[in-house]
Each structure stands twice: as C-alpha cells, then as structure tokens.
Design a protein around this ligand. Structure first.
Ligand SMILES: Nc1ncnc2c1ncn2[C@@H]1O[C@H](COP(=O)(O)OP(=O)(O)OP(=O)(O)O)[C@@H](O)[C@H]1O
Ligand SMILES: [Mg+2]
Length: 489
C-alpha cells in the first residue's frame, strides 16, 4: 500500500526561498507547509503531523537553532535539516552537534535536496516502525521501475524510461555484466501497455548456431529431421508483447540478415514454411560487448545495429555511480532479511566505507551476492567488516562526495583506518546519520581547502585554522589520501 504523502515543513523568512523549495518538494510528491520564522513553525508542529522540517538558521523572533531544540522536545525522532549559506560551516557544525539530521547549502542543488529529504524521511520511517516491524519493503524513495538509485546517471535513466517505456520503439541496452540490463528490459515491458502480454526472453549466446532460426521464427513439420510437428518461434510467442534478445552480440552473422528483415517488415516465415507470418512485437536488445568494435571486425552488421539502436540506453557501471551503493546495500539487506529470516538493521561505518570504495567488477550482481553472503554469516544486528569477503575488506575507502575524482585520492590501498575499532555498539539510526553527516562536512571542508591550495597540505591546514599534523590525522581518519601520494608527477 502506498503511504499517504509525507508532510514537510519549510521554515525561512525569505519568501522567495520558501516558494522555490516548496515548489520542488511538491513536484516530488510531498505535502508542504511553510512558516516565516521559528515561532510560526512551532505552532504548525503542534497542530500537524510533520515528518520533516527544513529550516533556515537566521530568522527573526525564534531562530533555527532554537527551533531545532524545541522541535526535538516535541518529537525526538523528527528529522530537522538546516539551511546554511555557502561558507558558513561553523553554524552547520553546531546544528549537527545539536542533533540536526543534515544541512543544505544555498544555493540549492536539486539532486542534493532530493537525496537528503529522501534519506531523512527514510530514517524517520525506520525509527517509527523499528519496534514492531523491521524494514521489509523496498524503499519507495530512491526506486522507480523497481530500479534502485538516486545518482545523476540513474535519474537520467528514469527520464529516458519515462519517455520510451510505453512506446513500440526498439531499445538497445548496453552495459557491463551485472549492471541491470535485464531488469531494465523487464521494467520497460512492465510499464508499457503490453504488460499483460508476454515478455519473451531469448539468450542469443545460449542457443546453438544452427537452432537459432527455428528458435526465433519456429518451424513447420518436416522442416528438418526430427521436426515431427510444427512449432511457433519466440517472435510468435511474443506477439502483442515484448521480445527481449539478450546478448545480441553473439547472434551469427547469417541470422542477422533474417532478423533485420523480420524487424523491418514485421514479418517472417517459419523454417520449412511458406506462409508469411505477421506479428506485432516490441523488440528490446541487450549486450555487454562493444557492437561498434564488432562491426569494424565484421562480426556484426551495421544495418542491423542502426535498426536496433533507435533508443540506446547505456547502463553505468556501479563504479560510476558509487554514491548509490549505500541505498543498494540497504535494499539488499532488506531483501535478504526477509528471505533468510534475519533482522539486520545497519552496516558498521567501516564496512560501508569498503563497500563504497570497492570497484565492483561484477557490478550490482556482485554486490547483491556479497550482501547475501554477509547477511547469512552475520550474527549481530549490524553487518561488520568481518562479514565481507577479503577482496572487499581490502578496498580503499572512497573519497567522495568531493570535487576530486575518486582515483585522484585513493589510488593505493589504504590501511584499514581506526573506524574498525570505534563503532562497537549499534547506536540508533539518527545518531549514525548525524555522524555520517559530520564526516561528510569535514571531508567537504578538507577537500575544498585542498582544492584551493592545489593540494598543499600546509596551506590547507592554515586555511582550516588547524595544525598540519591535525589535518593529516583527520585525513587519515576520513580515509583521504594526501595528494602527494598519488604516484603521479
Ligand atoms: N538498479 C538496481 N536496483 C536493484 N537491483 C538491481 C539494479 N540493477 C540490477 N539489479 C539486480 O542485479 C542483478 C543483475 O541484474 P541483471 O541481471 O539485470 O544484469 P545484466 O546487466 O543483465 O547482467 P548480465 O550482462 O550479466 O546478463 C539482478 O538480480 C537485478 O535484479
Ligand atoms: Mg542479463
């Protein structure tokens, strides 16, 4: 069942900001209340059920910090997100220490607003249901079409799916192994008006070369030795629905001509048949090989490629959207909690850092398998570093969300930082979130300072008004490498 709309209270004395923020939140499907200052906000909090407060810090009458304190007295689990002006980080730090969930910097970045709001609401949901029911359901925020993600590349994917899902257009899905090609193909079918007809999948790599034609187009009695009856092929079975040709790169060249004709004319004959059969089929193809290269080498026909590539969808590798990893981890923990009758409700920060930093050559499938195994082996209510396979445990913690590219800061494996020893007691979700937001803030500050000083640690320390030694310690703690360690230059 869909939950009713979440109620968000936006507090700011600037009418323009209230308007812009409310408009975005409403577009995202939330109900928005607004207040001009802390006093008014408290009045609303007493009268309405509010799920999340987003408030400015500086306001007349009652300011953001005071609102935060009083709101917590009314409802200890209510997440409060602070709005801070760019560059006024001291305030953000104080707010986080007082218990703010997170902070947003002006001017707003739409994606950041969306991510933080979704995260805050999810945490609230979890703390509200924790006692009676651990999380079983797939989070609705951060998932559309059954596809989990909030990174820019996945938001782009949603936008493409919105456009093409309910059309008869041919789609070519490319991406490394395990990136979700089949998931996307099924999502396209499920959200089209063909969803009550068949979705027929053909794995072109698994069908022997000389059976391919009869598999796709069917055969008539006596077409070849052993053809005692007649049989429809996959094209006919998919009639009215969707035909998914997986691993299209391994289809033999001779078959490509026949496939092209079937696609262009929507008609074909069964093997050994004379009757022309017409079908209405939506075709989706997928491949993890580089078809352009195969064309150059003569393994794939260019005309077929262009016929298939009407709408190309390239799925990013998990490395390219590592910011989605925490969300995916939580999704898979829930999935395997249910399946394996476990009750795990979190991941130790050090373990999450490795999961986010590991390069995932097998992409989401590999992540899914790692979490399944970890959930199975986990004895407590939190996944620990020791529940992860050795190759993941050895991964360098990531260096984002940052201006630096990940590789610039973490090209060599970093010795496991002290985080391992630090978090033994499973503290509640909100505290974890606050801790995470604090580290995010520290990282951001450090990286910004390093960027401004072109990587000079001494100068960066001076900017941050801390000692060089202190900065180095902090960087180590956060898993940030000194720019000098890069091994380049
Ligand atoms: N964004 C996602 N959200 C949730 N689950 C996902 C997502 N992407 C992939 N998965 C899951 O990961 C697994 C692998 O996905 P899928 O089989 O679609 O990958 P693929 O690209 O077809 O891989 P291959 O090239 O190896 O066939 C599946 O269990 C799928 O449900
Ligand atoms: Mg597949």
């Amino acid at each position: 069942m869909l939950p009713e709309h979440k109620q968000i209270l936006v507090v700011d004395d600037e009418p323009n900001l209230r308007r812009v923020l409310s408009a975005q939140l409403e577009r995202d499907g939330y109900d928005v209340h607004t207040a001009e200052d802390g006093e008014q906000a408290l009045g609303i909090l007493k009268e309405h059920h509010i799920d999340l407060v987003i408030t400015d810090l500086r306001m007349p009458r009652l300011d953001g910090m005071e609102l935060l304190r009083r709101a917590q007295k009314l409802d200890a689990e209510l997440p409060v997100v602070m709005i801070t002006a760019h560059g006024t980080v001291d305030n953000a730090v104080e707010a986080l220490k007082t218990g703010a969930f997170d902070y947003l910097t002006k001017p707003f970045d739409q994606v950041e607003v969306r991510t933080i709001v979704a995260k805050a609401l999810r945490t609230r949901d979890l703390s509200a249901t924790e006692a009676s029911r651990p999380f079983h359901e797939i989070p609705t925020e951060g998932a559309r079409y059954g596809i989990i993600g909030q990174s820019p590349s996945i938001l782009d994917l949603y936008a493409v799916l919105d456009r093409v899902a309910d059309t008869p257009t041919t789609v070519l899905i490319t991406g490394e192994s395990g990136t979700g090609k089949e998931l996307v193909a099924r999502a396209l079918h499920e959200s089209s008006s063909r969803h009550d007809k068949s979705f027929i999948k053909v794995n072109c790599a698994a069908i022997p070369k000389d059976l391919m034609e009869s598999e796709l187009f069917g055969y008539e009695r006596g077409a070849f030795t052993g053809a005692v009856g007649s049989k429809p092929g996959r094209f006919e079975l998919a009639s009215g629905g969707t035909l998914f040709l997986d691993e299209i790169g391994s289809i033999p060249v001779e078959m490509q001509v026949k496939l092209l004709r079937a696609l262009q004319e929507s008609e074909f004959e069964r093997v050994g048949g004379v009757r022309t059969i017409r079908v209405d089929v939506r075709l989706i193809a997928a491949t993890n090989s580089d078809l352009k290269k195969e064309i150059a080498q003569g393994g794939f026909r260019e005309d077929l490629y262009y016929r298939l590539n009407v709408v190309p969808i390239r799925l990013p590798s998990l490395r390219e959207r590592a910011s989605d990893i925490p969300l995916l981890v939580s999704h898979f923990i829930q999935k395997f909690n249910t399946r394996l009758k476990k009750d795990i409700d979190g991941v130790e920060p050090a373990a999450l850092a490795r999961l986010t930093g590991y390069p995932w050559p097998g992409n989401i499938r590999e992540l899914e398998n790692v979490i399944e195994r970890a959930v199975l082996f986990c004895d407590g209510d939190e996944l620990h570093l020791s529940d992860l396979p050795a190759e993941v445990r050895g991964a360098a913690p990531p260096a984002f969300p940052l201006g630096f590219s990940e590789s610039a800061l973490s090209s060599t494996p970093f010795p496991p930082p002290s985080a391992e020893a630090s978090s033994s007691s499973p503290s509640d979700g909100l505290k974890e979130q606050v801790k995470a937001a604090m580290s995010r803030l520290e990282r951001e500050l450090i990286v910004r300072a390093l960027e401004q000083t072109s990587g000079n640690v001494t100068h960066a320390a001076r900017l941050l008004k801390i000692s060089r030694k202190g900065l180095q310690l902090k960087m180590k703690e956060l898993g940030l490498r000194e720019p000098g360690d890069r091994g380049e230059v």
